[in-house]
Design a binder for this molecule. Structure first.
Ligand code: AMP
Ligand code: MG
Length: 428
C-alpha cells in the first residue's frame, strides 16, 4: 500500500494548501482501493449493481438468420432485373415455427417477423409492398427491395465468444435484457460498498430535540443519506457525535471497523477549535487540505487504521457547511465511492448553457454555483443562478436543478456567455 506521501509525489503540482480540484481528484483516484469480493445474484437483483466479470456470449444472438418484417421471403436472384417479379408461395414460416419444406425456383415463403429464414432465401419483401396476382402468386413491384433487405443475420447482435458486457459497468435495464437474451440466470457483481457517516459539532441537534439557542438541526446527515442512497451503497448512519475526544475516538473506531469508507461533516476547517482533526490524526494517516474551490475549501482525506484492525477504511472528512458538503461530495466522494465499488467511472456529462447574467469569478479556483437550467425562447439551454450563493444556504441547492461549474482558470462570465453545468437529473 502506497503511503499518502508517495501518492502526493505522483500528483504533479501537489500543494495541500491550495490544491486545485483536478489534483485533488487525481490524488483520491490513486488513494482509494477497489472492492474485491464478488457475489452472484439472480438476474433481476443485479440491476444497478457493478458487474464483476466480463460476460462472454455463449451463443449467437440471434441464433438464426430471421425476418425483420412480416412479408415474403425470396431469393434475390429470382427478382426481375427490371419490371415486376412474380413468386409462388411454398408455405408459411412463423416465429417459433420454422418452414422446413423445399422452396423451388421462382418460389418464396410467407414469413412473419422473427421467423427463421428458410434455407436458400435471403431477402424479405414487406407484406404492404406486395399484391396478390390473379393466379395466386405474389407480385412484387420493381425496385421494392434489394438483396438482403429485411433479414437479420445470425449473430448480428452478439457473436458467440464476443464480450457482451465488460466488468465495471453498472447494470442498466438494457443490460438486464441483453443478459436475458444470453440466457444468463446468475450475474457476478461486486459486493456493495459499506459507508458509515456521522455529523460532528456541539451546535447540532437531531430532529425531535429542542433547538437550543445558537443551535441548528443537523441537515448534513440527511443530504448525505440521500446522495449515498442514490449511489447504491450500504449505509451506516451513526448520528451526531459531540465534540468530545472520547466520543469521537469511539465513533471513528467503530465506523472504521464496520465500513469501507467513513464520511464525516464538520470540524475540519483551519480555525476549528474542536477535537475532530486531532482524533482523525491519532487514528490513521490523514491529510488536511485547503482546496482551491468554492464552496468547500477545507477537507480531510486519508485512511483510518485504528490499532488491532485488519484493514484501513477510507476517510472523507467534509466541511460542515451544508452546501459545501454536497459540492465536495459530488466533486470528490461520488467518483471515489463508485471506483471503490468496482465501477468504471464515467465523468459526469456537462451541459453547455447560456448564462442569463454576469457572474463574478476569480481565476485560480473552481466555483460551483447553483442554477436553474431551462430552455430559452430560442430553444437553447440557459441557466440562471439561484440567488445568494453562501455555502450555508441549502435552499440555493434545493431550488437548483444543476450546478454551474466555473473552471479553475476561468474568469468573470458576461451575460450571454456559455458556461458548463452539471445537471442534477440522474445525479441527486
Ligand atoms: P464547521 O466546518 O464545523 O466549522 O461548520 C461550518 C458551518 O456548518 C457551521 O455554521 C456549522 O454550524 C454548520 N454545520 C456543521 N455541521 C452541520 C450539520 N451537520 N448540519 C447543518 N449545519 C452544519
Ligand atoms: Mg464545527
Amino acid at each position: 500500500m502506497q503511503s499518502l506521501d508517495d501518492i502526493a509525489a505522483c500528483v504533479a503540482g501537489y500543494d495541500p494548501n491550495a490544491l486545485p480540484v483536478a489534483q485533488a481528484q487525481e490524488f483520491i483516484g490513486r488513494l482509494v482501493p477497489r472492492v474485491q469480493a464478488v457475489e452472484s445474484l439472480a438476474l433481476r437483483s443485479a440491476l444497478g449493481r457493478v458487474l464483476a466479470r466480463d460476460i462472454v456470449s455463449p451463443i449467437q444472438v440471434p441464433s438464426h438468420d430471421n425476418s425483420a418484417m412480416d412479408g415474403y421471403a425470396l431469393r434475390a436472384a429470382d427478382m426481375a432485373a427490371d419490371g415486376d417479379t412474380l413468386i409462388g408461395v411454398a408455405g408459411t414460416a412463423l416465429a417459433g415455427a420454422q418452414f422446413r419444406g423445399r422452396v423451388g425456383p421462382g418460389q418464396g415463403v410467407h414469413i412473419m417477423t422473427g421467423a427463421v429464414m428458410p434455407d436458400g432465401l435471403d431477402t424479405v419483401v414487406p407484406q404492404e409492398f406486395t399484391r396478390a396476382a390473379p393466379d395466386g402468386r405474389i407480385c412484387i413491384p420493381a425496385g421494392t427491395v434489394s438483396a438482403g433487405d429485411n433479414r437479420r443475420l445470425a449473430g448480428e447482435d452478439l457473436a458467440r465468444g464476443e464480450v457482451a458486457l465488460t466488468a465495471g459497468r453498472t447494470i442498466t435495464p438494457a443490460d438486464l435484457g441483453l443478459l436475458a437474451s444470453l440466457g444468463q440466470a446468475e450475474i457476478p457483481v461486486f459486493r456493495r460498498l459499506r459507508v458509515a457517516f456521522f455529523s460532528t459539532g456541539d451546535e447540532l441537534r437531531s430532529i425531535g430535540e429542542p433547538l437550543d439557542a445558537g443551535c441548528v438541526y443537523d441537515s448534513n446527515r440527511y443530504t448525505l443519506w440521500g446522495m449515498l442512497q442514490r449511489l447504491g451503497v450500504e449505509l451506516i448512519d451513526m448520528g451526531v457525535v459531540r465534540d468530545d475526544p472520547a466520543a469521537l475516538r469511539e465513533a471513528f473506531t467503530q465506523a472504521a471497523a464496520s465500513a469501507d469508507a467513513v464520511i464525516t461533516s464538520g470540524g475540519v476547517s483551519v480555525g476549528e477549535a474542536d477535537h475532530t482533526k486531532q482524533v482523525m490524526r491519532d487514528l490513521g494517516e490523514v491529510l488536511f487540505w485547503k482546496i482551491a474551490m468554492r464552496p468547500g475549501r477545507p477537507m480531510a482525506i486519508g485512511r483510518l487504521h485504528p490499532a488491532g484492525q485488519a484493514r484501513p477504511a477510507m476517510l472523507f472528512g467534509l466541511p460542515g457547511n451544508p452546501v459545501a458538503v454536497m459540492v465536495t461530495f459530488y466533486a470528490f466522494v461520488r467518483d471515489a465511492l463508485l471506483a471503490m465499488g468496482g465501477a468504471t467511472v464515467q465523468p459526469l456529462p456537462l451541459l453547455r448553457a447560456v448564462s442569463t447574467e454576469a457572474l463574478r469569478k476569480k481565476p485560480g479556483r473552481t466555483e460551483y454555483q447553483r442554477g436553474i437550467v431551462s430552455q430559452g425562447d430560442d430553444g437553447r439551454w440557459q441557466v440562471q443562478i439561484t440567488g445568494a450563493q453562501g455555502s450555508g444556504i441549502l435552499r440555493s441547492m434545493s431550488q437548483a436543478n444543476g450546478m454551474v461549474v466555473l473552471h479553475h482558470a476561468q474568469g468573470h462570465v458576461a451575460a450571454g456567455d456559455l458556461v458548463d453545468v452539471v445537471p442534477f437529473n440522474g445525479l441527486v
